[in-house]
Design a protein around this ligand. Sequence first.
Ligand SMILES: Cc1cc2nc3c(=O)[nH]c(=O)nc-3n(C[C@H](O)[C@H](O)[C@H](O)COP(=O)(O)O)c2cc1C
Length: 213
Amino acid sequence: MSEAHQRSSTDAVIDALHSRRSGHNFDPDADVDGETLEALVEDATLAPSSYNLQPWEFVAIRDDDRLDELVDIAYGQEHIREAGTSILVAGHTEPKTADRVFEEWVEAGRFDAETGEELKEQTVASYESERAGRDYAMRNAGLAAQNLLLSAHARGLTATPMTGFDFEAAAEFVDLPEDTVPVVLVAVGPSGGDEPERLPRRGVAEVLHRESF
Ligand SMILES: Cc1cc2nc3c(=O)[nH]c(=O)nc-3n(C[C@H](O)[C@H](O)[C@H](O)COP(=O)(O)O)c2cc1C
């Protein structure tokens, strides 16, 4: 990559971080098309994950009647309907992809077979407690959700992450399997206009701790 290209893509990423917002003003008459939906999810799947397990799933809700039901599940958050697309980002609480993914590490020559097997066993063991399984789901799928938000922003769309919804009802609504939990719901769609100014952020001097808290 040339130095100029490197600089302009760095600038673009930093600009996106600074300008991304959780929007609430969606154009109720315009929706994300199917191709863009797939592109958003592809970008989300480029997120990092522990041992590349990719323990995430994305359930897109776009049907108008289903969106009405989702508004109720999300305690009346009307912007869900106006956005036109909601994506429930969910995470695995069990290492369901471990066999396949550790095979890929070995096939790619990144580990020998014995090391791959050992690492897989360690990883599977680390999911044993219920708490650990949920932690993995939240961390990994949370990073994928952030990619989704940034991708939507880069594509000129508005997106809002949401946890103001009934998790159990949402899991049932989209038929999530037992070992897959809702992490965050992302409403996404074309913008309907300006958003209010961003609220203040806690400053670096307050949140950055050097060496220890
Ligand atoms: C975990 C999480 C849950 C959130 N839940 C909701 C929600 O239920 N409804 C909503 O409108 N916004 C929700 N938001 C958006 C926040 O209100 C928003 O990120 C915050 O006010 C900062 O604004 P910004 O994203 O525009 O910088 C949520 C954000 C996060 C990260």
